[in-house]
Design a protein around this ligand. Sequence first.
Ligand SMILES: [Zn+2]
Length: 475
Amino acid sequence: MKYETVIGLEVHVEMATESKIFCSCSAKFGGEQNDHVCPACCGMPGMLPIVNKHVVDLGMTAGMMLNCDINRTTTFDKKSYYYPDLPNAYQTTQWFAPVCVNGTVDIKTSKGEKKVRIKQIHMEEDAGKLVHDDWTDSTLVDFNRTSVPLIEIVSQPDLSSAEEVIAYLERLRSLLRFAKVSDCRWEQGSMRCDVNLSVRPEGSDVLGVRTEMKNMNSLSAIERAIEYETARHIDAIENGTEVLVQETRRWDDIKGKSYAMRTKETAGDYRYFPDPNVMPVVIDDEWYNRIKETLPDLPEVKAQKFIELGLTEYDADQLIQSRALCDVFEAAYKTSGLAKESANWIITDCMTILNKKQMTADMLSISGKALGELIKLVAEEKVNRGNAKRILAVMFDEDINPQEYAEKNGLIVSNDTGKLEEVVKAVCAADPKSVEDYKNGKEKVFMALFGQCMKQLQGNCNPQALKEALLKELQ
Ligand SMILES: [Zn+2]
């Protein structure tokens, strides 16, 4: 018999906010253990949560990017469970009126295009982290991550293969990074995924027994886990190797196997109820429209616009890998009017510097306007390319005006013919042998003399003008 796999995903994404969801502690990754904590996020009695408005902004932004309806009155609820890294013994999340519902994400795979339906997106707080200390053989808790804002994006069970799941996750990541909702870094845990999977005979409309693999944090692990789990389910159904039960499983990527963790809780076990400490959030038209207006173009729409400006498909594709590259490109183009040059400087020169600094494209934070001015200086032959590269490197560390910097540091190409002649005369006077060789028909020495002049002028001259001055002198 042929089987089909039915997969639904719950994707957790940490939002790119400065502070936590219900207090003003820093939400940044890293720091000393328990550095980013206060009585509110440690669940001390008497402390009341206040919703971070920016979290709601980003929740709505995510929903609009995924074609969701926005609940104009959205509320928070308590999800009760006990775990040492959860100081309140409940998580504040959204159950009854999540911020976004009913969306879609378009994906492309080798089998064609597909729409994956989004059931809902809800906002919630993250839990802390348990750290095992081998030295004292004890487990300690770090509350830095407690109350860091998350959104959970719940899909309908519309996915049917590892390939589709990867395409969906990559699309989600691209959209959320483009809208600056999250940096979506698998390796830092700012994007994590629970995979719900079942198997049924092809064509059947009855769902099989569902298992859930929690906290998956790499695409390759997700791919392997789906393949393993699908084979395990089919084996159980066909050969009766085991009895499938609804449960939560842990994926061991080193052993390449999944293990039962606990039988799956149902919603009832969590005793969801409205959190009386958090006021409902009402999203009025003004707020809704403000977010709607700040939505970026979809990456492929942006790429099309770039191609219309004269970029190749390849260049456009490189730029849309990161919103930061697009932003710098757009500003550089606006200032210089030179699309192809702007793209080249970003894709080649800026990326080289970023790589040297071990930074990613997202970290490109130079002023696009200043880059545009630099490109103009090169196009007008006021600064040569070598010096322009040096100026670009400075722009990564300081806010500078390229023209002022070039003037101050003697990097402007000189149109002073007097100075040119002076240098040519001096170089020829210092090397009479080469001059003699040239006169005797050894034309090769011309380039050597030219190079010496260029060096003395620090490259700040028009090569054609220098060539003419040198020829004149030699004749
Ligand atoms: Zn706090």
